[in-house]
Design a protein around this ligand. Structure first.
Ligand code: EPZ
Length: 417
């Protein structure tokens, strides 16, 4: 296994180009099942989760060329209807193939995703919606067995704005007969990106990005070329890397409007952010001040930025309270951050961080994707040397992060454990 070795204390400076969005690319790859033929997807990041999604599509019969930047996916021969546990257990987003396989073949057998480090992450809302669209669902031996002679439109109201649930049902309803309304839909930009490619394929979807999405079912959809949106969480991570090192970094190929909640909080903390011709410049000449955050569904503060923001608050002037409202176990980075000398106390779903002047480098262990990023950020700011192990978590969602950080002046390298 690899680890990252960081000698902290360097101010980052220069320009970084943000990669394509993991959380947009995954459902976009799945959507090609609905459009038999050659789909060409651009701006695809080189990530483990992309490779896993490609394995899932190939196991269903798709022919895939490439695994990053440009990926060609020919789904003409998607004839299998089973996504097995060994693939789904490594990446829960694989469960999204269930609805599209139902829509295309009338049946599907997909492993339940099982638990995850950050929470139980059930799919009850996905299954509720598929049943509303006419699917007959049985759970046997850890698999979802689904059948549907004909999918029909329905009115669906989510208990909570679920990103995956919204994506899953938007894709499935695209080929259902009649109109589907999804209420209390998630509003994330990745959902808009998915709706854009679905409409380009011939679907008729309105309202993506709002809490009510209307889908008029169509008979068939055609393969397309499509560019994935920039990764707003990678962009946010680099913004915090600039802030926590007191640096001066420009971010290219990102959409600042996708990160309003983060930008406002960073400005509150005294970080200087300017946007010129869609190039975002982040500077932090002085020690940041403590601010409180509560994670919320989009457009609220993103849960996927909570761990990274906490790293910044560890060196802020004052005390901050961070409340995690989306997942029940997303504070696993806390104990690792405390190994750097951070002063954090957790009470339920809230963490109180008393900023310290300086963190001290330490050997730490990544536990999940975004926790890995927060440990790297802390290591960049800490004195002496930090070693981050189990970085296979990191490789799921960040394309060559150590190379991008080194290009900004960080003293960071990947070594074999
Ligand atoms: C997506 O996960 C993202 N993953 C996550 O990013 C992100 O943290 C999450 O949305 C929230 O923004 C991808 O897009 C691949 P949810 P998803 O369904 O769709 C509960 C990362 O780091 N829920 O919006 O699984 C659920 O338990 C990852 O890139 C149900 O109870 O998230 C959670 O508490 C981590 N029943 C809340 O809703 C359901 O049927 C939000 O989950 C579905 C969800």
């Amino acid at each position: 296994m690899d680890k990252l070795v960081i000698n902290g204390g360097k101010k980052l400076s220069g320009e970084v180009t943000v990669s394509g969005s993991k959380n947009a690319a995954l459902p976009i790859f799945v959507s090609t099942i609905l459009a038999p033929g050659l789909n060409t997807i651009g701006n695809v990041p080189f990530l483990r989760d992309i490779n896993t999604t490609i394995k899932v599509l190939e196991s269903l019969g798709a022919a895939v060329e490439g695994n990053g930047h440009v990926v060609k996916i020919d789904t003409a021969n998607v004839n299998s209807v089973e996504a097995t546990y060994d693939l789904v257990k490594t990446m829960r987003a694989s469960v999204l193939v269930l609805g599209p396989l139902l829509a295309r073949h009338g049946r599907a057998r997909v492993s339940l995703p099982g638990g995850c480090a950050i929470g139980a992450r059930p799919i009850d809302q996905h299954l509720m919606g598929l049943k509303a669209l006419g699917a007959d669902i049985h759970l046997t031996h850890g698999y979802v067995e689904a059948k549907a002679r004909k999918l029909h439109g329905a009115r669906i109201n989510f208990d909570m704005p679920t990103v995956g649930g919204t994506e899953h049902l938007m894709m499935t309803a695209a080929l259902a007969t009649g109109e589907t309304i999804i209420e209390n839909a998630a509003r994330e930009p990745e959902i808009v990106d998915l709706a854009n490619i679905l409409n380009k394929m011939g679907a008729r979807i309105e309202g993506a990005g709002t809490d009510t999405i209307r889908i008029e079912g169509v008979k068939e959809m055609s393969p397309v070329c499509y560019e994935v949106m920039p990764d707003r969480i990678e962009a946010g991570t680099f913004m915090i890397a600039a802030a926590i090192t007191g640096g001066d970094v420009k971010l290219r190929n990102m959409k600042p409007e996708h990160l309003d909640a983060l930008v406002f909080k960073l400005l509150d903390a005294g970080v200087e952010i300017t946007n010129k011709d869609s190039v975002l410049r982040v500077r932090c000449p002085r020690r940041p001040t403590a601010v409180n955050i509560k994670t919320r569904p989009y457009p609220g503060f993103p849960t996927d930025m909570q761990a990274q923001f906490m790293a910044l608050m560890c060196v802020a002037d004052g005390a901050s309270v961070i409340t995690e409202n989306i997942f029940e176990n997303r504070f696993m980075h806390v104990s690792e951050l405390m190994r750097f000398g951070a002063d954090i106390t957790v009470e339920g779903n809230s963490a109180t961080i008393k900023g310290v002047k300086k963190l001290s480098g330490a050997p730490v262990m990544a536990t999940d994707l975004r926790a890995s990023a927060s440990l790297i950020l802390a290591g960049l700011a800490a004195d002496a040397t930090t070693e981050v192990s189990r970085i296979y978590h990191l490789d799921r969602g960040y394309e060559s992060i150590e190379k991008k950080l080194a290009a900004l002046g960080a003293d960071i390298q990947r070594v074999k454990e």
